[in-house]
Ligand binder design. Structure first.
Ligand SMILES: C[S@@+](CC[C@H](N)C(=O)[O-])C[C@H]1O[C@@H](n2cnc3c(N)ncnc32)[C@H](O)[C@@H]1O
Length: 388
C-alpha cells in the first residue's frame, strides 16, 4: 500500500499525473460509484479536480496537491479498493482484495501523453446554462446555475448535442439548415440543438418542433417569443399531419411507438439529408409477435420477446432507411436508466445505388421468421406513394 502512495507522491511532485480513478466501493450501499481525478489550472494554480460520480449526478471539488494526497489516503482502502493512476510514464493499478491484501501493478508506457489541465466545465460547455431559456424551461435557477435535480438532464442534453453535432459535421448543407424535431415534448433537446447550432455553425438555422400537446406548444412558443429567438417555433400538430416546407435534418427522439415510424416516413418523403431518431416503446411489433404465437428458443421467454421486438422494430427501420437510399448507422445513444431507449438510428441520404430487391427480401424474411404480418413503417412506405 505504501508503495502506491510513494508512486502517487512522486507523480504529484513531478507534475506527471494525467488522471486517476478510485473505484470498487467497499460498501454495496455506497451511492458514490467512483471518483475521477484530473489536474486542472485554476487562476494559474495547479489543482486536482475530484469528480464524485453518484448514480444520478456528479459533484466536483478542487484540491491542492497536499489536500489531494490526504483525500486519497482517507479513502483508500477505507472507501475504495481499486485505484488506477495514469501518469506520463507509467500506469499504476492498486487492487485491494476483500481481505485487505493490496496488489500493486505498474506498467511503463511507450506512448506520448500530455497532462490536460483544461477545466472540465470549459470543455463540456457546449450549452450555456446562463441563457434565459434554460431558466424559463425550468433547468436553471435565476442566476443561471443548473438546479440539482436537473444535473442529469443537463448532462444528457450536452451529450445529445455532442452526438448530433458529430453526425451533422459529416453532412454537407446549404447556407440554411432546416431542422424538424418530431414529438419535441418539453423542448429541452430542441432548444439545446438550436442554441448550439446558432452559436457554432456559420449557417442560418431554421428550427421547428412538432408536438401534439397544445399546452406544451403554447408554453414553448411563449419562451421563444420572450427570448426573441429567430427562425424557431413549435407547431401544434401530429407528426403524420405536419406539412413542412423543407426538411434537411429530421429528428425524432423518443417519439412514442409508431410515431417514430411516422417521423422517419416524413423525413424520407421530404428527402431529408439526415434522419436521426432514438426510438421508444416498441409496442406495435411486440403485439404482432404475440398475435402470431410463433416463438423460438429466444422469444419463448417474455423478457427476451420484448427485447427481440425492439431489435426487430429498429432493424427493419434501419433496413427501410437503406432501402430508401439512406446510408444507415445504428449507434449507442445516451444511457437512460432502466430503459432500452439507448439506440440512435442515423440515416444519411446517399447517391449510391442500393440493391432494393435484396433489402426487401431481408425485411420480408425477418418479419416472416417471427410471423409478423405488418411493420408499421414498411407497410406505410407504400401508402399513397410513388414507388421507392
Ligand atoms: C417521450 S416524449 C419525448 C420528448 C423529446 N423528444 C425528448 O426526447 O425529450 C414524446 C413526445 O412526443 C409527443 N408525441 C407522441 N406522438 C406524437 C405524434 N404522433 N405527433 C406529435 N407528437 C407526438 C408526445 O406528446 C410527447 O411530448
Amino acid at each position: 500500500m505504501e508503495n502506491f502512495f510513494e508512486k502517487l507522491d512522486s507523480a504529484l511532485k513531478n507534475n506527471s499525473i494525467v488522471k486517476m480513478t478510485l473505484s470498487k466501493s467497499v460498501s454495496k450501499n455506497n451511492e458514490l460509484r467512483n471518483i475521477y481525478v484530473k489536474p486542472i489550472l485554476l487562476k494559474d494554480n495547479k489543482m486536482y479536480q475530484f469528480t464524485y460520480r453518484y448514480d444520478r449526478r456528479d459533484e466536483t471539488k478542487n484540491f491542492d496537491a497536499r489536500q489531494m494526497m490526504e483525500q486519497v489516503r482517507s479513502m483508500v482502502p477505507a472507501t475504495f479498493q481499486n485505484v488506477s493512476l495514469f501518469t506520463l510514464t507509467e500506469d499504476v493499478t492498486l487492487l485491494v482484495s476483500k481481505k485487505g491484501k493490496p496488489t500493486l501493478m505498474c506498467k511503463k508506457i511507450n506512448e506520448n501523453r500530455e497532462v490536460d489541465m483544461n477545466h472540465d466545465h470549459e470543455k463540456q460547455r457546449l450549452i450555456d446554462p446562463s441563457n434565459p431559456w434554460w431558466h424559463l424551461l425550468g433547468l436553471t435557477s435565476r442566476d443561471g446555475k443548473v438546479i440539482a435535480d436537473m444535473q442529469h438532464k443537463f448532462k444528457q442534453i450536452c451529450k445529445y448535442v455532442e452526438i448530433v453535432d458529430g453526425v451533422m459535421r459529416q453532412t454537407k448543407f446549404d447556407d440554411e439548415i432546416h431542422i424538424a424535431d418530431m414529438g419535441a415534448g418539453k423542448g429541452y433537446l430542441t432548444f439545446a440543438l438550436y442554441e448550439y447550432l446558432t452559436t457554432h455553425y456559420d449557417k442560418k438555422i431554421v428550427m421547428e418542433g412538432v408536438e401534439i400537446r397544445k399546452d406544451l406548444v403554447l408554453k414553448i412558443n411563449d419562451i421563444i417569443e420572450k427570448c426573441k429567438l429567430q427562425n424557431f417555433k413549435f407547431i401544434e400538430n401530429s407528426i403524420e399531419n405536419y406539412k413542412p416546407s423543407n426538411i434537411d435534418v429530421l429528428i425524432a427522439l423518443h417519439a412514442c411507438d409508431t410515431a417514430t415510424d411516422d417521423a422517419i416516413l416524413k423525413g424520407i418523403r421530404n428527402n431529408a439529408k439526415l434522419i436521426i431518431c432514438a426510438p421508444c416503446c416498441h409496442k406495435q411489433i411486440r403485439r404482432e409477435m404475440e398475435k402470431s404465437g410463433k416463438t423460438d428458443a429466444i422469444t419463448k421467454y417474455g423478457i427476451f420477446l420484448e427485447r427481440q421486438a425492439v431489435m426487430i422494430t429498429d432493424a427493419v427501420r434501419a433496413l427501410v432507411l437503406e432501402y430508401c437510399g439512406y446510408k444507415t448507422q445504428v449507434m449507442e445513444f445516451i444511457e437512460i436508466d432502466n430503459t432500452p431507449k439507448n439506440v440512435l438510428l442515423v440515416g444519411r441520404k446517399s447517391d449510391k445505388p442500393v440493391d432494393k430487391e435484396a433489402l426487401a427480401k431481408q425485411i420480408k424474411e425477418l418479419l416472416g421468421q417471427y410471423g409478423i404480418e405488418e411493420h408499421y413503417l414498411w407497410k406505410n412506405l407504400w401508402k399513397n406513394c410513388r414507388a421507392y
